[in-house]
Design a protein around this ligand. Structure first.
Ligand code: G3P
Ligand code: MG
Length: 256
């Protein structure tokens, strides 16, 4: 990565991403959430992907049922068709009752058809880092085979370096971002080890000097989850390339 790369070559992607698709405006990690982001003219979304029992990647944040999908037990114990029959929307509100747990393939196709860029967060269930990275990598590589125009390729991210490594092996041409809560002291070494293009961190883990070191090294810098416009403005003033927000009604695609 060239030091001093300009902002566009560091991060050729949208500046504001809809967190889990729906953020606080529609149920997370569902097609209804993606429709909401599209209706509000967002240009990019972030969402979480986990493997169902049949090895099909589905959109899901928690490894256990209960919070967004009624039920008990591990998500990874249910086949994707069973998950698709569950209700991932009723918790959010009656308008979304019966919204299915969608498969990655379906969501990626829908987003591509509607011109939304995607940050695919690989979120392995415990013990499934390698197979999740591998399968998600293969699926996205099939949908985006060596396409020209790097800005259109999805970006993988993960808290799991192992999953990110498996995605790299399966889909070397799909770019990667390392996801962390706090920024580790050896962030540069970790990014280099996985040949990442970006670092994604909690917005409150950052200060102006650290942001400058990361972007100055040529890496894209994305912060989550930023729901206050004043904070978003401050982060952008530090040179942060992108933020992920639940409140894209307040911090929209063209936020400055
Ligand atoms: O990718 C940014 C953010 O989504 C990471 O945290 O827990 O919301 O997936 P989480
Ligand atoms: Mg996420």
């Amino acid at each position: 990565m060239a030091a001093g790369a300009d902002a566009l070559s560091r991060w050729p992607y949208p500046r504001v991403l809809a967190h889990r698709g729906g953020g606080k405006l529609a149920p997370e990690n569902t097609l209804a959430g993606m429709r909401e982001a599209h209706a509000r003219r967002m240009r990019g979304v972030e969402f979480d992907v986990m493997l169902a029992a049949d090895g099909i990647p589905v959109l899901m944040h928690d490894s256990q049922l209960g919070r967004t999908v009624p039920g008990v037990g591990s998500v990874s114990a249910f086949a994707s068709e069973e998950l698709a029959r569950m209700d991932a929307g009723g918790w959010f509100g009656p308008d979304f009752l019966g919204e299915p747990v969608p498969a990655l393939q379906e969501v990626a196709s829908w987003l591509d058809d509607h011109g939304l860029w995607m940050n695919v967060e690989i979120k392995p269930a415990p013990g499934h880092d390698v197979d999740t990275g591998d399968i998600v990598g293969r699926l996205i590589a099939e949908l985006y085979p060596g396409m020209a125009g790097a800005a259109r390729l999805p970006l993988f991210s993960s808290f799991s370096a192992t999953a990110l490594g498996a995605a790299r092996a399966a889909a070397p041409h799909i770019p990667r971002g390392l996801l962390v809560e706090e920024v580790p002291d050896d962030w540069a070494g970790q990014l280099e080890a996985l040949d990442c293009v970006s670092l994604h961190c909690r917005h409150d883990a950052l200060d102006a000097a650290l942001a400058l070191r990361i972007t100055g090294a040529g890496y894209g810098l994305m912060c989550y989850t930023v729901n206050e416009p004043a904070r978003a403005r401050q982060l952008f003033s530090w040179g942060v390339d992108a933020i992920c927000t639940d409140r894209y009604d307040l911090i929209g695609a063209d936020f400055r």
